[in-house]
Design a protein around this ligand. Structure first.
Ligand code: MN
Length: 241
């Protein structure tokens, strides 16, 4: 069976229904196949592998259980959990993927991304991203005591929420030019990403190289999983209750 994909779960101790849904998924439907890809923002926040709380530890244990059943988990970092590192991989058995990863999906070469790097019209976000991804900045942040990291992350999040509230909706979506460029760069006809919380299967009509772009859904009111029926992508909702 083709791999299954999730992203943007934004798991957090404050949203136990989403976490319970993901744990049910890992123990059940995720095992219909032997490959699961998590394309970023599994967690609402990740402050370093050494700062995992009880909630994160329970999620990691469930992933480890899934991987220990002989299945594979590919983890691509999102903007919320870009600090996931080798400690997380060792604890879960997941393989950490590059920001642009290639996989064979239902017989096709597919490009997997979180999606934030495709939102190139949001110049302020891209500037912020470039700074926090600098190795020196990352090292300095991870060297702080966990409590201080938590405080800093909270204030960054509320600033980002305030900034996003005043941004036009189009800026927060992917740029079509960035999508085309990424698909051309890797020579793929299928792109799977999340981040924008606008789940859809885009199949532009027309000659040339239209390509398919699947946008995964956020786990807000229900879970959202991309599965394949043969070669056909389908987004499946998982009820929280
Ligand atoms: Mn995101």
């Amino acid at each position: 069976m083709a791999p299954q994909f999730v992203s943007d779960l934004h798991l957090d101790p404050g949203r136990p229904a989403a976490t319970a849904c993901f744990l049910r998924f890992l123990a059940g439907p995720a095992r219909d196949g032997d490959q699961l890809f998590i394309l970023g923002d599994l967690f609402e926040a990740w402050l370093g592998d050494d700062a995992a709380d009880d909630h994160a530890t329970a999620v990691m244990a469930a992933l480890r259980d899934y991987a220990a059943s002989g299945r594979t988990v590919g983890f691509l970092r999102g903007n919320r959990d870009f600090l996931v590192g080798p400690g997380f991989a060792a604890a879960t058995g997941a393989t950490l993927l590059a920001d642009e990863a290639l996989a064979t999906v239902a017989g096709r070469r597919a490009l997997l991304m979180h999606g934030d790097t495709l939102c190139t019209d949001d110049a302020a976000y891209q500037r912020y991203r470039a700074v926090v991804h600098r190795p020196a900045v990352r090292r300095a942040f991870l060297a702080l005591p966990a409590a201080l990291r938590r405080q800093l992350a909270r204030s960054l999040r509320s600033r980002s929420q305030a900034a996003n509230a005043s941004k036009p909706a189009a800026i927060m979506d992917v740029s079509p030019a960035a999508v085309d460029a990424a698909m051309d760069r890797h020579g793929v006809g299928l792109l799977i990403h999340g981040h924008t919380h606008r789940p859809a299967i885009h199949r532009p009509a027309g000659a040339g190289n239209p390509g398919t772009r699947v946008v995964l859904g956020a786990w807000h009111e229900a879970g959202s999983v991309l599965r394949f029926a043969g070669t056909e992508p389908e987004l499946v909702a998982l009820p929280f209750a």
